[in-house]
Design a protein around this ligand. Structure first.
Ligand SMILES: *Cc1c(COP(=O)(O)O)cnc(C)c1O
Length: 385
């Protein structure tokens, strides 16, 4: 039987044709015509002050923090559950990531945990739209406003999701998108920064190109302008090759998300009665981008054994995402018990736009069998572990 992949990037003929056009144009590098067109498309789609095309979301987080003026020793509260790029970015600046625990039902940062962690050294918060579901931005913004903190939305996984009718990525003053091959819209590697304030966007764009403006633009000028380097920058530009792919992918966000939605609805229906696992919860006021579909296994189920069995049957699966505070490099005095538990009990099962109904049925059948086989009977009283 054909293996069923955990993830699959939906890249096809339209994307290839867009790449061929870039090859013919002679400008494959960054900040050229394609990059600019992509940025305009993002500004339009998200109705933000500025959008900066970048090489990945990690870089977008880094330049966001630089543009927002984070300094060594500052504390930045980060969502504990999710890919730990926010904590990495805070550490790039020798600032201190402070991990905030998450909601048990959605896995997104818990606004009450954020409020409890604020100290005189706190300068901002990075919320994560965990595997594609937006966090609680009304509550988070109120806390940020009350304490004069910045709020960044890490919407790396959430392209196509919504919160109270608004697009994920534009739910805070700064939003970060990822176009990595495992996300819902992709150019292999890629990212973007969305900013309400055009000054933040302009600053981030400059920092992402060695501190000088667009080389493409300089080539268009008549005469010989000699640019000057006025600050230390990075090279975080997105190539025009990737930008061309993303112009097509952004156009397809709705279509691809609708297909993942259908997969999620089928999983939810078929797994509804299964006592040994629960399917994801999506509050009424938001929609999920389904970057990953994670079921929560009952504590009696041996997750590793379930995963081994699924993989043996050719069905891709994984642990889902990460609890940041238990990673050796980030180990902190703040415990996040909810996040730690999700990290142990979540199981990611195949989710992408190319999955057909019969494949979903095959996954469900295998999963149902595996959780029943690998549920250890609850301990009898008096027995020691
Ligand atoms: C994937 C991911 C990132 C990193 O994205 P890259 O584009 O690979 O740098 C950052 N934050 C979260 C929450 C992610 O899931």
């Amino acid at each position: 039987m054909q293996p069923i992949q955990l993830v699959h990037a939906s890249l096809g003929e339209r994307e290839l044709a867009a790449v061929a056009e870039v090859f013919a144009s002679g400008w494959p590098a960054g900040q050229g015509p394609r990059g600019k067109a992509l940025e305009a498309q993002l500004v339009d789609r998200y109705a933000v002050g500025d959008a900066v095309a970048l090489c990945n979301a990690g870089a977008a987080l880094h330049v966001s923090l630089l543009a927002l003026g984070v300094e060594p020793g500052d504390e930045v509260i980060v969502a504990d559950y999710g890919f730990p790029a926010p904590a990495h970015a805070v550490r790039y600046l020798d600032a201190v990531p402070v991990c905030a625990d998450v909601r048990a039902d959605t896995g997104t940062i818990d606004p009450r945990a954020v409020a409890d962690l604020i100290t005189p050294r706190t300068v901002g918060v990075i919320a994560v739209d965990t595997v594609g579901i937006p966090a609680d931005y009304v509550e988070l913004q109120a806390i940020a406003d009350r304490h004069g903190l910045f709020l960044i939305e890490d919407a790396a996984c959430a392209v196509g999701a919504t919160y109270q009718g608004r697009e994920a990525g534009a739910l805070a003053e700064v939003g970060v998108l990822s176009f990595h091959g495992r996300k819902g819209a992709s150019s292999g590697e890629g990212g973007a920064l969305l900013a309400a304030d055009p000054k933040i966007g302009a600053d981030a764009r400059l920092r992402a190109s060695f501190g000088i403006g667009s080389i493409f633009d300089m080539g268009e000028v008549v005469g010989l302008p000699i640019p000057e380097f006025t600050r230390i920058g990075h090279n975080y530009k997105l190539s025009d090759i990737a930008a061309a792919i993303l112009q097509v992918q952004l156009d397809r966000v709705g279509e691809l998300r609708a297909r993942r939605d259908a997969v999620a609805a089928q999983y939810a229906e078929l797994l509804a009665g299964e006592e040994l696992l629960t399917v994801p919860y999506v509050p009424e006021d938001r929609t999920h981008a389904w970057q990953t579909y994670m079921v929560t296994l009952d504590p009696t189920v041996d997750r590793a054994a379930v995963a081994t069995e699924l993989r043996a049957k050719g069905i891709g699966c994984g642990h889902g995402t990460f609890a940041t505070h238990v990673q050796p490099v980030f180990e902190s005095k703040h415990k996040c018990p909810v996040s730690a538990e999700l990290f142990e009990r979540h199981l990611a099962i195949p989710m992408h736009a190319e999955l057909g109904a019969s494949q979903v049925e095959r996954v469900v059948e295998a999963l149902r069998g595996a959780v029943r086989t690998h549920a250890v009977p609850t301990r009898t009283p008096g027995r020691t572990a």
